[in-house]
Design a protein around this ligand. Structure first.
Ligand SMILES: [Zn+2]
Length: 331
């Protein structure tokens, strides 16, 4: 099966010319071994089994629906494969095969620096686990991560890109590292206005973001279920707000868990760019749809971005980092 997955075309935004790996370049990474889990889908409520497997260099993150035969079973996790963005990010291939609610898994892969992996799944939705990225991060840590021979491509933001939808806004601006900031403003006393931002390097994703759970409102549950959403949602996998307060007995994992979860979602959605971003993301009331539109806008003009290969020293904190050496031009 790996052979056919390797035949998936390279991301459209990536350079056509392969980048030769020099000994000094930051390398691509994959999982050391396979590891699996099972659980229910947040929206479908259906039980699924999922196995994270090592991927070949340059294959990216690829979903493989093991319950579907033939080439239609393969779906690349890329921004231009995104379909439905109602309360989840769903990827689809041209044959109508989908995998839903990929964003928390994608965030864990981004946070672990995994470039290449094959995600086998026997149903149409990634298991929600506890509603955060922490269980996926744990799986990846258990499997281990190894460097591969190919150089890692970073997506450098060259000029500001912004998309808006009413009061919602998402933006990427040039920066020497990857940073995310987010602002939310809900008409609920339990959430209200929250803002948070951080530089995502070292263990910041794991300690600051990964445990933040998805959330929803009790009064919306009936309506969502009628629309085929949140059917697997419960206090075990979401923070539920009712009458202005958090209904989960255990309370919150972070005081501002809601805005941190929005950052978690953005990290996962942005990893569909096809590589790690060198830029600053800012979201104001943004969500999966606008995050995806931001990537479409970014890739609509080649002057907005450049794929670059870095040496490890260039990933050090800004003050200590030498000037970046560009070895890849946009195709
Ligand atoms: Zn989420």
């Amino acid at each position: 099966m790996l052979a056919s997955i390797a035949a998936v075309p390279a991301p459209v935004a990536a350079p056509v010319t392969a980048i030769a790996a020099s000994t000094a370049a930051v390398r691509q990474k994959t999982l050391k071994t396979s590891i699996g889990c099972s659980g229910i889908g947040l929206h479908s409520g259906a039980r699924v089994a999922m196995t994270l497997k090592p991927g070949q260099p340059d294959c990216g993150i690829v979903f493989h629906r093991t319950d579907i035969a033939g080439a239609g079973a393969v779906i690349p996790a890329r921004w231009d494969s995104v379909g439905d963005t109602r309360l989840n990010t769903c990827v689809a291939n041209g044959k109508g095969v989908v995998v839903r609610t990929i964003e928390h898994l994608m965030a864990a892969l981004a946070g672990s620096g995994v470039d290449n992996a094959v995600i086998e799944i026997n149903g149409p939705e990634v298991p929600v686990m506890d509603g955060s990225a922490a269980p996926f991060l744990f799986l990846i840590e258990c499997a281990g991560v190894v460097e591969q021979s190919a150089a890692r491509r970073h997506l450098e933001i060259r000029r500001p890109v912004v998309v808006k939808d009413g009061e919602k806004m998402a933006m990427l601006t040039p920066s020497r590292g990857f940073g995310v900031s987010f602002e939310i403003d809900f008409d609920s006393a339990a959430i209200a206005r929250q803002s948070f931002g951080l530089a995502l390097r070292g263990g910041a994703f794991k300690t600051q973001i990964s445990r933040a759970r998805t959330f929803g409102f009790e009064h919306e549950v009936h309506q969502l279920r009628a629309a085929g959403l949140a059917r697997g949602g419960s206090l075990d996998n979401a923070v539920v707000i009712g009458e202005g307060r958090v209904l989960n007995e255990e309370g919150l994992r972070y005081e501002d868990e809601f805005v941190r979860h929005k950052i978690l979602d953005a990290v996962g959605d942005l990893y569909l760019a096809g590589g790690p971003i060198l830029g600053q993301f800012r979201g104001v009331r943004s969500g999966h749809a606008l995050n995806n539109r931001l990537l479409a806008e970014l890739f609509s003009d080649r002057a907005n971005y450049e794929w670059v290969v870095l040496e490890p020293a260039m990933l050090e904190p800004v003050a200590e980092a030498p000037a970046r050496r560009r070895v890849a031009a946009n195709a």
